[in-house]
Design a protein around this ligand. Structure first.
Ligand code: ATP
Length: 293
């Protein structure tokens, strides 16, 4: 009896502790006091994207209500144009991208694609309209073909290979013993940063969405690789609406508009030439990067 009693009592303590931590979790969610999941209205229509124009109107956002991150961001990317965002780490650049992809809904203001508030349409239709080439591509522990084909369910092998060729990763894949059946990812063939980025570009080319988000890698690839990838990104961006989170200013001199962010606000904006003429933050960043080359 005693023997049985002690463990049960002990279990009771553990149970109370687990329950306590679950309660704390609940409290934490209450404190965050928001429905974090993005939910569609039952009758939400699909997004209609005849052009692909993107508009941020006085967008405000906080992950945690105690700590606002974006304080009223407004800009427009006309269909087929490129807008670049630069600024120090933590200034809110990636948050803009996450909101456009509707990982979260804005707290104030609104984001429109071709005039439609993205909160009022099916989130799946927003995500189908947007392709992301992230800083660090996460590959599934599956074949290269799967990892590229994921961009467009139902893609044929020929379409997958065409996308891989355009992203200049076909030669590399073809040279592996199992070719497109090679398993990649943590438990398979590990790809370099540049190779992973090429897989992401191939995936995006296959998806062929009207709107693209490029999150440039901060960790520098070697410069010939970097130039080649840049050329492939440029090719993928032809006639698309592009939001680029840039770290190397040389890649955005042709942007329709460059937004310089700091602590969730746009502190300077204009074309590359406008910003150099302003001789402010951007001009100093440019001079520093030029000196480093
Ligand atoms: P970097 O150049 O380093 O990628 P960034 O400008 O893209 O930075 P964001 O990732 O947009 O910055 O982050 C802006 C702020 O929001 C940061 O202070 C960050 O700590 C905070 N933040 C980002 N993601 C979350 C999250 N999921 N929950 C809470 N806070 C977050």
């Amino acid at each position: 009896m005693i023997q049985l009693y002690i463990p049960l009592n002990f279990l009771g303590v553990i149970y109370r502790e687990i329950k306590q931590s679950l309660t704390d979790l609940e409290k934490m969610f209450q404190l965050l006091s928001r429905e974090r999941e993005v939910a569609d209205a039952p009758d939400a229509p699909a997004l209609d994207v005849p052009h692909g124009a993107v508009r941020f109107e006085d967008v405000r956002f906080a992950y945690d209500p105690e700590r606002p991150i974006l304080h009223g961001i407004s800009f427009e990317i006309p269909a087929g144009k490129k807008v670049a965002v630069v600024g120090p780490s933590g200034s809110g650049k990636s948050t803009l991208a996450r909101l456009l992809y509707r990982f979260y809904d804005v707290d104030g203001g609104c984001i429109r694609i071709d005039g439609q508030d993205i909160r009022a349409v099916q989130q799946g239709s927003v995500r189908r309209a947007i392709g992301i080439v992230p800083q660090d591509t996460v590959l599934f522990n599956d074949s290269v073909a799967y990892n590229i084909g994921y961009g467009r369910p139902g893609a044929t092998q020929a379409e997958i290979e065409a996308a891989a060729k355009a992203a200049h990763i076909h030669g590399f894949i073809a040279a592996t013993p199992k070719g497109y059946d090679t398993t990649v990812g943590e438990r398979g063939l590990k790809l370099s940063g540049g190779e992973k980025q090429r897989v992401a570009i191939a995936r995006t080319l296959l998806k062929n969405p009207p709107i693209l988000i490029f999150d440039e890698a901060t960790s520098a690839l070697d410069s010939s690789n970097e130039r080649a990838i840049q050329a492939e990104l440029e090719a993928a961006a032809q006639n698309k609406t592009v939001l680029v989170i840039a770290h190397r200013l040389s890649t955005i001199v042709d942007a329709h508009e460059i937004l310089v962010m700091e602590q969730g606000r746009i502190i300077e904006r204009g074309t590359h030439a406008d910003l150099l003429a302003q001789q402010g933050r951007y001009a100093r960043m440019w001079a520093l990067q030029q000196a480093a080359h």
